[in-house]
Each structure stands twice: as C-alpha cells, then as structure tokens.
Write a protein that binds this ligand. Structure first.
Ligand SMILES: Nc1nc2c(ncn2[C@@H]2O[C@H](COP(=O)(O)OP(=O)(O)OP(=O)(O)O)[C@@H](O)[C@H]2O)c(=O)[nH]1
Ligand SMILES: [Mg+2]
Length: 325
C-alpha cells in the first residue's frame, strides 16, 4: 500500500433538525395547545489520534466526511434525536489545519480527541411561541446548518530520534540493527521511499528516505519527509565512510537541513560514521579527530560489528532518559 502522509478533507458537521408545528389532539379537547417539539442538534466532528502511521492511506479514495444531521421534532413535544458525532481517526502526530479559518490542531497524544466542527442547533417547535395572545402559534425555527470547512491533514511522525543522511548511507541497515524494524536495504540509492519506524526498548526511531543536495528546495525525495524528523529529540546523522570526502558529505546535509528549517538545524545531532569496516583504522581516526574538533558527538558503526551497534544503542537510551527528567 502506498504511504500517504498528506491529504485534504472536506468535512461537514450535522445540520440541526427543524422544530415543528403540532397541536395537542385529545378526545373532547378539540383545541389543544401547541405541542411541536424541537429538532435535535447536528452531530459534531472530532479528530482522534490513533497509533497507526499508515492510517491516512485508508482515506486515499474518499476525502468527504459529514456528521449526521439532527432529526426534526415531532408531536407531543418530542425532541428530535441528536445527530451522531463523527469521529475521524488520524495517525498520532497528525497536524490538522482548518484551511478556511487557519485554526490548527496538533494530535500529539495517543487517543486524544479534538472537536474541529460544531453541529448546528436544532430548531424550536411551536410550543415555544405560545403566549397569552397567541394560543395557536404557527411559528417554528429551522435547524441551523453545521460548521463545514476544508482541512489539510499532514502527518508528522512522532519519534524519539530520526536517522538522516545521504542516500545509501546505511540508515535502514542501522535502523534494523538498532531496533526490531525490518526496513528494506539495498545497495543503491533511494531504497527507502517512505519513513519507517522501529522500536528500541520503547523508544521510537524513524528512518527517512535519503536527502540530496537541493533537498530543502524540493529536490529528490527526502525534503518531503524532513518534517517527520522535526519532532524528534535527536538527529542521527549517518555519514558513510565510503564517501570520497566524508566531511563534505556531512556538510552538504547540514546545509540542507538548516536551509529547510532553523529548528531542525538547532536540534541535537549525533554523527554516526557508518560502514566503518570499509576503511583503514588510520582513516577513521583522522575523520574522528575532525568531528571532535567541531565538538560533535560521534559514533562509529558497522553492521558487521555488533559491539559498535550496542554502544550506540546504549548511548541513545541513556540520552533519551535525560530528556524525560
Ligand atoms: N560494508 C558495509 N555495508 C553496509 C553497512 N551498512 C549498510 N551497508 C550496505 O550499504 C547499502 C545501503 O544500505 P541501506 O541501509 O539501504 O542505506 P540507506 O541509507 O537506507 O539508503 P536509502 O534508503 O537508499 O537512502 C546496502 O548494500 C547495505 O548492505 C556497513 O556497516 N558495512
Ligand atoms: Mg534506506
């Protein structure tokens, strides 16, 4: 199934039911008073956060939603039934914008529901219009229309750390080693086409497609997915030791993410030098020195060296804990 992370919805809350004109009809009492009941209220619309990052694809074929209308009142002062509320489930991390009012809603807590549109009030039946001078009122009011609007839904995955870097840097391989994930690995660029998540002792890591030069201006795939790492606490910047010029590869991605957003540029970044098995120790030492001089926290990994992966995992867990206190 295609990964969907942005959609536009047309949503309408329910219309209120109309009030009605009715009179009491009883034996031997031919001219009973007014008894027209009120209409029920139209249903409200809520969005609810659900822990399922693939959920938006379910809505790919239908983006029109409406809550139920209220039912008209009836005789004997009976209220019409209220319309049922509509609850639209969205993936946790959805950023919802009412495009008509520019109001925004951020679904960041699992199970949280937020009211986004109010249903219309039901109309009044004729019994409300009875007075000493008018015992047979013919007045009633119609139900009010519910609110309606166009919405954009944008998923911003909530993860504790995000893996980013050039295509083929070994991000998915590392995600698979660090977590329970089974992200596709390939010896070519753009193996990963959509974000993948993996869990590591309850912490979530996100792997996004590779970034290329110009990504912040929309080149390649990665920029579309940069927003998914906006909310993470830590960026794991994967730089492959395979690169001719490791520092330049690193700087290229730094430029892209700072151009994309200052917030992303300011995020805590851990440099992960991947595929360390492919180079001589001396080369590694020289590169490490350069990052240390920049006061960067650096980890060296290879998927063929379990110890290196374990060290990074232990470090991350310790780091995540410091965010919790
Ligand atoms: N020698 C060696 N090869 C590795 C290592 N990690 C990954 N690779 C290889 O590098 C290639 C790319 O790995 P991926 O994990 O798919 O890289 P990626 O960064 O996710 O790539 P994209 O999704 O295309 O951006 C694959 O052929 C992997 O087998 C490593 O530590 N050592
Ligand atoms: Mg990948």
């Amino acid at each position: 199934m295609k990964f969907v992370d942005e959609l536009k919805f047309n949503i309408r809350a329910g219309r209120g039911g109309d009030g009605v004109v009715q009179f009491h009809r009883e034996k031997f009492k031919p001219r009973g008073g007014p008894s027209g009941g009120d209409g029920g209220n139209g249903g409200d619309v809520f969005v609810r956060a659900v822990r399922d990052s693939s959920l938006l694809s379910k809505y790919a074929n239908n983006q029109n939603f409406a809550a139920e209308n209220g039912v008209a009142g009836s005789k004997n002062s009976m209220h019409g039934r209220n319309g049922e509320d509509l609850i639209i489930d969205l993936p946790l991390g959805s950023f919802v914008t009412n495009l008509d009012t520019e109001e925004t809603f951020d679904l960041i807590n699992d199970g949280e529901s937020v009211l986004i549109l109010k249903g219309g009030h039901g109309g009044l039946g004729n019994e409300h219009f009875k007075s000493s001078v008018n015992r047979t009122p013919q007045e009633f009011t119609r139900g009010k229309v519910g609110q309606n609007a166009r919405f954009s839904i944008e998923l911003r995955i909530i993860a504790d750390a995000g893996l980013m870097g050039l295509p083929n840097a070994g991000k998915s391989s590392l995600l698979n080693e660090l977590t329970n994930a089974n992200s596709k690995v390939g010896d070519y660029e753009f193996t990963t086409l959509s974000p993948h998540l993996g869990a590591m002792y309850g912490y979530i890591l996100a792997d996004i497609p590779g970034l290329i030069e110009g990504a912040s201006d929309g080149k390649g795939l990665g920029h579309k997915f940069l927003r998914h790492i906006l909310r993470t606490k830590i960026l794991l910047h994967c730089v492959s030791m395979e690169n001719e010029d490791v520092m330049e590869s690193y700087n290229l991605i730094r430029r892209e993410i700072t151009d994309y957003s200052e917030e992303l540029g300011d995020k805590l970044e851990i440099v992960v030098l991947t595929k360390s098995d492919l180079v001589e120790k001396s080369e590694l030492t020289a590169i490490l020195k350069k990052f240390k001089a920049m006061k960067k926290e650096v980890y060296v990994t290879s998927v063929y060296d379990d110890e290196s992966v374990k060290n990074l995992r232990d470090f991350l867990i310790k780091k995540f804990k410091t965010f919790e206190v």
